[in-house]
Design a protein around this ligand. Structure first.
Ligand code: HEC
Ligand code: HEC
Length: 209
């Protein structure tokens, strides 16, 4: 009987030792690839991403402006997107690229990290006029990366120029809180907007008629 208990203890001890070493081994294997922004910038020039995308004011309008893309898409999302856009959207106008290595994808994302301009929500929401605050937020988040709103924007997703004419504020607030609640597969990103930000943006949209 005493021997049995000792065996069980020994077994449990070995289990801990195994778990402890395994943690190190797997942590090593899963180590994050560190992207090099300079290499990413160079790659994007070589691969001519600007043929279709505007970046910091220059480039085409076939796809979304990428200047603020890191505000709206996580790194994990972008890795999967760049690996193969058609896995997400079979009808995507974005081609898959023959990457030489995973490293290239991380380099590009590292470059996109360096160009984003963070949004200072508090500062913009200090504006007393809700419509103006909303306009400021739409600009800062760069909703025109995908939407035509008056002047500027691209033409492949809904045009919001006159959205005030058809807007149902309650629907819109829910939609902006999390577009994926409405449709899991929608390409409209979740910006993690606060309720105050949503109030302001919807007020601005209501004024667009
Ligand atoms: C032939 C045109 C074309 C080229 C070239 C192209 N893209 Fe795209 N890209 C698109 C289109 C169109 C979309 C939108 C896809 C959709 O709606 O399904 C897109 C979407 C994206 C997105 C997602 C944007 C977002 O807001 O979610 C990223 C990131 C992106 N492209 C990066 C790149 C990079 C990096 C390159 C160069 C290596 C590149 N693209 C080259 C057309 C292109
Ligand atoms: C990466 C591209 C992209 C960006 C950036 C983007 N949207 Fe959208 N948005 C979409 C797409 C795609 C739809 C259409 C949704 C669908 O049908 O799946 C949409 C739909 C909408 C709609 C509903 C319009 C309608 O007529 O049904 C509103 C409102 C909206 N977006 C607001 C915004 C706001 C506000 C921002 C900025 C904070 C923004 N979007 C940024 C892609 C984008």
């Amino acid at each position: 009987m005493r021997l049995g208990i000792k065996r069980i203890f020994f077994f449990i001890l070995m289990l801990f030792v195994w778990a402890w070493t395994a943690e190190f081994v797997f942590a090593e294997a899963e180590e994050e690839i560190i992207g090099d922004p300079k290499a990413g910038d160079k790659l994007m020039v070589e691969m001519d991403c600007r043929q279709c995308h505007t970046i910091q004011g220059s480039g085409g309008k076939v796809g979304p402006d990428l200047t603020q893309v890191r505000l709206r898409r996580s790194k994990e999302h972008l890795v999967r997107w760049l690996e193969d856009p058609t896995l997400f959207r079979p009808s995507s106008g974005m081609p898959g690229f023959p990457w030489k290595s995973e490293q290239e994808i991380y380099d590009i994302i590292a470059y996109l990290d360096t160009i984003k301009r963070p949004v200072n929500r508090e500062e913009i929401l200090k504006e007393k006029d809700l419509i103006k605050a909303g306009e400021g937020l739409v600009k800062a988040y760069d909703c025109r990366a995908c939407h035509k709103i008056g002047k500027g924007g691209i033409n492949i997703y809904p045009d919001l120029t006159r959205i005030g004419q058809k807007l149902r504020p309650e629907w819109d607030k829910k939609f902006l809180k999390n577009p994926q609640d409405w449709n899991r597969f929608t390409f409209m990103p979740n910006f993690n907007l606060s309720d105050e930000e949503i109030e302001a943006i919807v007020a601005y949209f209501m004024s667009l008629k």
